[in-house]
Design a protein around this ligand. Structure first.
Ligand SMILES: [Zn+2]
Length: 347
């Protein structure tokens, strides 16, 4: 397993997030990636390298130029409001809800934050752009390495990506690393790419990016959005539209779903992916399905993550793994590396 590690991930370090009416320490914190890379090294699961920088046009394959421009300049715009802002994270506080206009970009910074975001739980910090951009580099490099003959690669990065859409951030995500990897595989010559999202939360950004396309099939297993974030997308009746009709599969499970229910959903998703006949696979690897996760309500144990990797390996596809969520920090390294080791040993 060749791993591309985002050495700049720690520059995205939120001071706090707004959770249940209070400012609380961020669940999505640098220790997450540091513990995964330490566990990878401890188990000797292949080479760990840093990525080459990819040009912005690679990001524009998925994200709008207007949004990318906003992200790149957001921190300096925030400081321009007041130099004292250097000591605070930036948050949106107003959004263009139904009936309001999203086509005109306001001059006001807070209004632009709202235009390009979906929640108030995602702090934007001084190092957010460099961390997110280097994460995108990891994802594109990991995809490219498949073409060079690797069977499995891993983009080890944070902030995560699967909630980020073509022109918005949220859910701790800024650039959609899984979507960038899938697009790069297509640009490298793949005819069809499958995406399997096994994070506890629905990958709304990934779904929305590919919803009208038939060259990427998205399959996601997640907590029912009636009860869990991102709330407004991820239902079973969302199966794609236009040319993409039939190329999106959501398998929502009730809060508190058992291990057996989860693995039955994995089987459903894998059968759908196999029937699609993709040339390559991208896995949005969230481990917040772990029973001990502080934000989530599924029941997987650490040993289950080995089985997940084995099942994915049985698809027989060149595979890019991209790190998404997982907030039980003490176990995140073991759980993530278990998936990768299960994949490697079942090869
Ligand atoms: Zn998640």
């Amino acid at each position: 397993m060749l791993t591309f590690f985002n050495e700049h991930h720690g520059q995205h370090r939120g001071r706090y997030e707004i959770f249940r009416g209070e400012l609380t320490p961020c669940f999505e914190k640098p220790e997450r990636a540091d513990l995964v890379v330490a566990e990878l090294g401890r188990r000797g699961l292949g080479q760990i390298v840093t990525p080459h920088g990819v040009p912005l046009v690679s990001l524009e394959r998925i994200h709008t130029p207007r949004y990318l421009h906003f992200l790149r300049s957001a921190w300096s715009d925030w400081l321009a409001l007041d130099p004292a802002n250097a000591g605070k994270d930036a948050f949106p506080s107003v959004w263009p809800i139904r009936g309001m206009r999203a086509d005109i970009e306001p001059e006001n910074f807070t209004a632009r934050m709202g235009l390009y975001s979906m929640d108030s739980g995602t702090p934007l910090t001084a190092g957010t752009w460099i961390a997110a951009k280097t994460g995108a580099d990891c994802a594109v490099n990991a995809a490219h390495a498949l073409r060079l003959g690797e069977r499995g690669t891993f983009a080890l990065t944070r902030p995560p990506g699967h909630h980020a859409g073509a022109d918005f951030f949220g859910g701790y995500c800024f650039l959609n690393n899984a979507a960038l990897a899938a697009q790069h595989l297509l640009d490298d010559g793949a005819r069809r790419v499958g995406i399997l999202d096994i994070d506890y939360h629905h990958g709304n950004g990934t779904q929305s990016i590919f919803y009208a396309r038939n060259d990427v099939l998205c399959a996601s297993i997640h907590a029912d959005p009636r009860a869990e974030y991102p709330f407004y997308l991820g239902h079973a009746d969302e199966t794609g539209e236009g040319a993409g009709a039939g190329y999106n599969m959501n398998v929502p499970l009730p809060k508190g779903a058992s291990q057996a229910q989860w693995f039955a959903a994995l089987e459903t998703a894998c059968i759908k992916l196999a029937s699609y006949g993709p040339d390559a696979l991208v896995v949005s690897l969230g481990v917040d399905t772990f029973a001990g996760d502080p934000l989530s309500h599924f029941a997987l144990q650490s040993a289950d993550f080995l089985r997940i990797g084995e099942r994915i390996a049985h698809l027989g596809l060149p595979t890019v793994f991209v790190l998404e969520g997982g907030y039980a920090v003490a176990e995140i390294g073991i759980n993530v590396v278990n998936v990768l080791e299960g994949f490697e040993t079942a090869a």
